[in-house]
Write a new protein. Structure first.
Length: 638
């Protein structure tokens, strides 16, 4: 694999050529322009894996991402001037009218010619990862099974497609676009109007924030209310709406089980059933529920912004959006209860959770057979974990100003997230909900169901930016330093409403469900639970499974991290080194030194080292042990 990395890197260097950097105009009046940003990037693991699934070594290739982002801009104002002389149309004739189109796509050779471990894991994982808008389809293994090749190896989409209309004090943008109101420096915490691509880990670390942002079909309007109004100047109102009947796009949720180097080291969920000798009778489905395309799922927001006392840029806003990170919940009632009610039958599936028309060699409903292609198959019930997103309300305030005493810019922002879906293991993932009521009554365990808890979060950013000179390191150019402390308060836990945990972040080596003593049960007794053969030999052992919250990483009432970025230029701007350090108060660290060399105005050569360390597997430290070197050659036509 190290040889592959060397040859690929030499290949990147060999394609550079000199040319002036500018957009390509299609007409002499420069109304139509073509731009592009294209890069090829090699990722090389800089650390050995901490687990056997996936297994990799430092020096193994983890990424060869070929990204393309062509753009087309058209200034159409000259073609609408005729409307100014037409009665009835003159009052809407635009002062400025533009059109923009941009494509977004990539191809990655992760499953074709890189470290074969990733392709081996892609073919070997057994749990079913899917997307669904109908639970009935999921219960019959008939929802959309996610293919890692279509998520991690290749994707394409319309990234921007909109018209800009300006008339006097009114600006309107209609079409597919991205809106950014909150802070988004390296890791997006408050900039959440648009969903982010989560398949490459935390947006802003392994992947650029702007590249990770997913645009939506949006109608946006900005109105200049007044040039001056008391102590306020440049007073604007801004609003947008994403109709739920048109667009309810949410992020593609990652597939675990080691199919990508950008996923947490989480074991294949199906292996937990295999350890309990239930892999043929039950099958795990992790289904991302897609929001229904209805008016009730409409996203919208409104904002006021102004310059206060000629020094302070202040903003206030309210918006409705879907939670970025999905919240898991075990489907309740369980499929076994549905079977007793006559609402669900077993489905013939192969060992990966795909429906099969034939399962040869079976002599009964519980027998194991094989497909005509030779894969193991059986009749099984699904155990469904849904990944949920619901609309939440967000109220935000921000202020930015220059402080002469600190000789820098102060940035402050605070957002209150109301009724955000949250995670309490014994509520979200209680395996007792899968046990039929008749079994509960027979063995003396309580009848339970799962639920989706909510919490209120107060998130904030306090930032400081300034320029300074340090002649011993750079005698000709200044340094730019940007500091930002990102904090979060879980107001619901502070008020005593529950013991919240990180979303699905299990502690290393700890199962999400385990056999435990249940008081009052005739089966879940200390004698049985402590018997190593109990789980494999007793069919009622699954009725003793519980979700132990201590097996999941704690979400502290207060979480926060300091982000530090320092950058300067050398060689008349040709070389731009940058250092980003993320320091979490709980002992999680991110380290990302980057250097960009401008070969020509069109070609940029970038090297980045990404390192993560942490005392617990939470937040950024979910990717502990995934240190990586990224080498990128970018071509830009702008």
């Amino acid at each position: 694999m190290r040889t592959w990395a060397r040859w690929l890197w030499l290949g990147l260097l060999s394609v550079s050529w000199a040319a002036p950097s500018s957009a390509y105009f299609l007409d002499k009046d420069r109304n139509f322009a073509v731009r592009a940003r294209v890069y090829t990037q090699v990722g090389i693991m800089a650390d050995d894996s901490e687990t056997d699934s996936p297994h990799y070594r430092a020096g193994d290739l983890a990424q060869h991402r070929n990204f393309y982002n062509p753009e087309f801009d058209a200034r159409l104002t000259d073609y609408t001037r005729w409307a100014r002389d037409v009665p009835g149309l003159s009052f809407i004739s635009p002062d400025d009218f533009k059109f923009r189109f941009a494509w977004w796509g990539f191809y990655d050779g992760i499953y074709d010619y890189l470290n074969p471990e990733w392709n081996d894991r892609r073919r070997a994982y057994q749990a079913r990862f899917s997307e669904t808008d109908k639970i009935s389809d999921t219960l019959h293994f008939n929802d959309q099974n996610k293919n890692p090749r279509h998520i991690y190896a290749s994707r394409n989409r319309i990234n921007e497609l909109y018209f800009d209309y300006t008339k006097g004090r009114v600006f309107i943008r209609a079409g597919r676009q991205a809106i950014s109101w909150g802070e988004a420096d390296t890791i997006a915490l408050l900039d959440v109007q648009n969903p982010f691509d989560l398949t490459l880990g935390a947006p802003g670390f392994y992947q650029d924030v702007d590249e990770a942002r997913i645009p939506l079909w949006t109608l946006r309007s900005t109105v200049k209310i007044a040039d001056k109004l008391g102590p306020m100047s440049s007073f604007f109102a801004d609003a947008y709406v994403v109709p739920g009947v048109i667009d309810t796009t949410v992020p593609i949720d990652p597939i675990t089980a080691g199919v990508s180097p950008f996923n947490p080291d989480v074991m294949d969920p199906q292996l937990q059933l295999k350890a309990a000798n239930q892999q043929d009778a039950l099958h795990i489905i992790v289904a991302s529920r897609q929001p229904a395309q209805t008016w009730s799922n409409t996203r919208w927001g409104a904002r006021l912004t102004s310059l206060l006392f000629r020094d302070y840029t202040v903003q206030a806003w309210f918006f409705r959006t879907f939670n970025q990170a999905p919240v898991p919940i075990l489907h309740s009632p369980g499929s076994l209860q549905l079977n007793l009610d006559g609402k669900l039958q077993k489905t013939f599936i192969d060992d990966r959770g795909f429906r099969v028309a034939q399962c040869l060699g079976t002599s009964g409903p519980n027998a194991v057979g094989h497909t005509p292609a030779g894969r193991r198959c059986s009749a099984a019930f699904p155990i469904v974990s849904l990944l949920e997103r619901r609309l939440e309300s967000v109220v935000g305030l921000s202020a930015t100003w220059f402080n002469s005493w600190l000789n820098g810019i102060i940035r402050t922002e605070m957002e209150y997230f109301i009724d955000e879906l949250a995670f309490i293991p014994e509520k979200n993932l209680n395996p007792q909900a899968e046990v039929p009521a008749a079994v509960h009554k027979a063995i003396g365990t309580p009848i339970v169901s799962t639920s989706l808890p909510k919490a209120d979060f107060l998130r904030f950013v306090l930032g400081y930016d300034r320029f300074f000179f340090f002649r011993p390191l750079n005698p000709t150019n200044s340094f730019v330093v940007s500091l930002a402390f990102n904090g979060q308060l879980n107001l619901s836990e502070i008020a005593g409403h529950g013991d919240y945990r990180y979303l699905g972040s299990g502690k290393p080596g700890k199962p999400q469900a385990q056999i435990s003593v249940i008081p009052g049960s005739s089966v879940c007794t200390p004698k049985n639970v402590n018997d190593p053969s109990f789980a494999k030999t007793n069919p009622l052992a699954m009725a003793c499974a519980v979700a132990n919250p201590k097996n999941f990483e704690d979400l502290y009432p207060f979480e926060g991290f300091l982000q530090t970025a320092v950058q300067t230029d050398y060689m008349h701007g040709k070389l731009s080194p940058r250092l980003v350090i993320i320091t979490d108060v709980s002992g999680i660290f991110g380290f990302a030194p980057t250097a960009t060399y401008r070969i020509t105005d069109n070609f940029l050569l970038t090297g980045t080292y990404l390192a993560i360390e942490g005392s617990r597997r939470a937040g950024l430290a979910n990717f502990r042990g995934h240190d990586m070197v990224q080498l990128r050659l970018t071509y830009q036509l702008n």
